[in-house]
Design a protein around this ligand. Structure first.
Ligand code: GYE
Length: 336
């Protein structure tokens, strides 16, 4: 636990100078990070980003807790960080509600909280949030599908959606964004169920969709890459073709390396990026707080929309023109 400046009197300063070697760890900034879990490629990249930035070498002592997608475990992890009196707490909230009480406890303990990735709906007791606009991702997916279907001469859209974890802001935003365009365009969403952002979840939901809707759907929207991999396995096993040369348009979110490889091979038609590399921005927030400055409270990550075919250059999302990027070897190699 780092010594707080306020308690550094001339005497304690002289004391700590006299045993500088032994007390080196006390200068580290301690951070507790309550991570969602390890459900996806995206999550692995997010964890790696924090572990790369918050190293001892960079002046940090990172306490990492993998909450295994369990909200009770996540609340307990945060309370343990309060007990340890860490300097900062980072939370990636599994679900968007149920936070005000524990964030009040953090506030009372004087520990600043930084939220990353998913958002919190029922409390504003945190210093900053760094993440993505999930509704924009869902809207972009819908706007792209509209122009893509037109370009391909597809008149009817009958979609199946494999959602992410119920109650997570990532799933809520992507669902709402896509639904808005589906309603506007009069598309049919045959079903929309929770695949928990995992490959197994995606495969199981797709297998049950195939039983119920075989021959009735021409679009599958997976809310992350791992669900898309599971859905691909289920469709392959059932003899259903997908991707740019197939009968089913397959769309994904995240655009991690493996997802982009499948876009490049044409198995996934489009992948809407969600950038997991938030840690450098979180570090900036922490350094601003250390300097007594007030950080921006909302920080959006930059992201791109990726496709296989060079037929649609731009889409308009919420009045703004956005590019569609064709995946190349260089893009795959540079991706997390
Ligand atoms: O899309 C998914 C992960 O919260 C944005 O969580 C994140 C989502 C991401 O498990 O792969």
């Amino acid at each position: 636990m780092r010594k707080k400046l306020a308690v550094l009197t001339a005497m304690t300063l002289a004391l700590s100078m006299s045993c500088i070697g032994a007390s080196a760890d006390e200068d580290l900034i301690t951070i507790g990070f309550a991570q969602v879990g390890h459900e996806s490629d995206w999550r692995t990249a997010s964890t790696q980003s924090c572990q790369d930035v918050f190293t001892e070498e960079n002046g940090y002592d990172l306490q990492f807790v993998d909450c295994d997608n369990d909200s009770a475990t996540q609340l307990e992890a945060v309370r343990n960080f309060i007990e340890q009196d860490v300097d900062y707490i980072i939370i990636d909230p599994i679900v968007s509600t149920g936070w005000d009480e524990v964030l009040t406890e953090c506030e009372e303990a004087g520990i600043p909280v930084i939220i990353i990735d998913r958002t919190i709906d029922d409390s504003d007791k945190y210093a900053a949030w760094v993440g993505s606009n999930f509704t924009t991702e869902g809207l972009a997916c819908g706007e792209w599908l509209k122009v893509y279907a037109e370009a391909k001469g597809i008149e009817e859209i009958n979609a199946l959606v494999i959602e992410g974890t119920t109650g997570s802001s990532a799933a809520i935003g992507r669902t709402e964004g896509f639904q808005e365009i589906a309603d506007r365009e009069g598309w049919t969403i045959l079903d929309s169920q929770d695949g928990d952002f995992t490959q197994t979840g995606g495969q199981e939901i797709m297998e049950s969709y195939i039983k119920s809707y075989e021959g009735q759907f021409n679009v599958v929207i997976c809310q992350n890459d791992n669900e898309a991999f599971g859905a691909m396995d289920a469709m392959t096993a059932a003899g259903i073709s997908y991707g740019v040369d197939g009968d089913v348009i397959l769309v994904s979110f995240d655009a991690c390396t493996a997802g982009l490889e499948y876009v490049q091979s044409g198995d996934i038609n489009a992948d809407f990026e969600c950038n997991p590399l938030a840690a450098p921005f979180v570090e900036e927030v922490i350094q601003q707080l250390e300097a007594g400055e007030t950080p921006e409270t909302t920080i959006y990550m930059e992201e791109h929309w990726y496709v296989n075919e060079d037929i649609i250059e731009t889409i308009t999302v919420d009045g703004a023109e956005q590019s569609m990027t064709v995946v190349t070897d260089e893009i795959v190699e540079a991706q997390y």
